[in-house]
Design a protein. Structure first.
Length: 473
């Protein structure tokens, strides 16, 4: 088996790329984020209950949130959609948000709003504009921000120098294969030196395509993604981006769309009377449900997808378990932990109260750095053994957590699985606690510099412990 050269990059256990064996009862397990405060309520006159397709990004020392402002009114003969706008909010910490008074356009008779684009100025892109920052050094100042946006049949390219004033790139659409009535995302893939987009289409239900471009103007023909295991649900928004701490890995948080039928259990879901009103003209408006999933890829085309929910709809008394809820924002940002402000965690935002009689809202969720998936073992113990690795550095750092009686010990083996003297499990110091980045110790200390350039396997012996990530430095 050829060794995997991980150099000094961060590696996560979100897939089995590094794993040779996991010994029962140890296993890989998916973790769920924790709900925090309601971060944003779409309660302005130009907003409403169907606001969504949220993108959050950091530009220098501030954060921006882009979203579609819209509202739907449900009546006995169906529903009526109001005019849509592309809007933006700002934050200095990623937690508390404000609407800047841009005063660029009138919005339903109101000036001084945070509206960026109207249908007259942005066309159909107001429905699904999802910006990103272009990090290339030779990017023109007028194109620091880029985005795709459009209608069901076409996606156009847009650019902005300040993230506020937007212009279309070129005269016509740039991507035409797909069904784009969703949040279609793009980014600069520094690992592949190209732009990459993930867009919606239908393939036995809602599915995802990907394509690439060298100049954000000419794009390859979009191809359907492949999944391991096979796709188990229809996938709506995809929310795929490189993980900023390990950009060779793409993380995706697609919305799972499940079109259920009317059945006895439906009337036990929250707000049954309103659910039936929503379903009068279109049954799926009353019976379909949505939640958030998790998937990852290294080659950008084949994704490992977890069949279980990353974020369940949850326990609600009134306005939960509706189609339109559980849509995760595009983008992960680092924010201070509520328990210890000196410890960073990852935050993102999830839709609630969608298409209800009042206003939709966003709730912030958080999860530990690299904390999406771990190799876990109960107190009675379990092991994970990596494939042969090549590395650069003189110490091994791990992101791990144990219980009070738990532990992690690490053995280093040669490529044939023979323990290396000085790095055997008997030489390993017992590690316990909770750390985002702690050096692994043996009796002689942490130094593994003498093993650089040699294929090695890492054997982790776990007890009541989670192992999230590793890197050499």
């Amino acid at each position: 088996m050829q060794p995997i050269n991980i150099q000094s990059r961060l590696e996560l256990f979100v897939d089995d790329e590094l794993i040779e064996t996991v010994s029962e009862p140890a296993s890989r397990r998916l973790h769920s984020p924790q709900p925090r405060e309601v971060a944003f309520v779409f309660d302005q006159p130009w907003e409403g209950n169907s606001c969504g397709y949220v993108t959050v990004l950091r530009d220098a020392n501030f954060y921006r949130m882009y979203y579609r402002a819209s509202h739907a009114t449900y009546q006995t003969d169906g529903y009526v959609d109001r005019i849509e706008f592309a809007c933006m909010a700002e934050s200095t910490n990623g937690i508390h948000w404000r609407r800047p008074e841009l005063d660029l356009h009138e919005a339903l008779g109101h000036r001084g709003s945070n509206v960026l684009l109207t249908p007259n100025t942005g066309g159909a892109a107001v429905h699904n504009l999802s910006p990103f920052l272009d990090p290339r050094k030779d990017t023109p100042d007028s194109e620091r921000y880029k985005a795709l946006g459009g209608d069901k049949e076409n996606l156009c390219a847009f650019a902005s120098g300040d993230g506020i004033h937007w212009d279309r790139i070129g005269d016509g659409p740039v991507i035409t294969t797909g069904y784009f009535d969703s949040q279609n995302v793009a980014f600069w893939d520094g690992e592949r030196d190209e732009y990459r987009a993930y867009t919606r289409d239908f393939n036995h239900g809602r599915d995802i395509r990907t394509c690439t471009s060298k100049d954000f103007r000419q794009w390859t023909e979009p191809k359907l993604l492949e999944y391991t295991p096979d796709r188990v649900s229809e996938l709506y928004t995809n929310q795929i981006q490189p993980y900023h701490r390990a950009p060779h890995i793409l993380l995706g948080f697609p919305t799972r769309y499940v079109e259920r039928q009317w059945q006895a259990a439906t009337d036990y879901l929250p707000h049954p009377e309103y659910r039936r009103l929503r379903g009068r003209k279109s049954q799926r408006e009353g019976t379909a449900v949505t939640d958030c999933m998790f998937m990852t890829s290294r080659d950008r085309h084949r994704f490992h997808i977890w069949e279980e929910s990353f974020l369940r709809p949850g326990l609600w008394r009134r306005d939960g378990w509706f189609y339109g809820d559980g849509y995760k924002s595009l983008g992960l940002i680092e924010t201070p932990s509520q328990h210890d402000p000196g410890i960073p965690e990852l935050s993102f935002f999830v839709s609630e109260g969608s298409f209800q009689p009042t206003h939709a809202r966003l709730r912030r969720y958080s999860i530990r750095l690299d904390g999406f998936v771990s190799v876990w073992a109960p107190l009675r113990g379990g092991e994970v053994l990596t494939r042969p690795l090549l590395f650069s550095g003189n110490k091994l750092l791990i992101n791990y957590s144990t219980g009070a009686a738990g532990s992690v010990r690490v053995e280093v083996q040669d490529r044939d699985g023979v323990p290396i003297p000085g790095y055997t499990i008997e030489d390993a110091e017992e590690m316990f606690g909770d750390s985002l980045e702690q050096p692994v110790l043996w009796r002689h200390g942490f130094d593994v510099g003498s093993l650089q350039g040699k294929p090695v396997k890492l054997r982790f012996v776990l007890a009541d412990a989670d192992l999230y990530s590793l890197r050499f430095c």
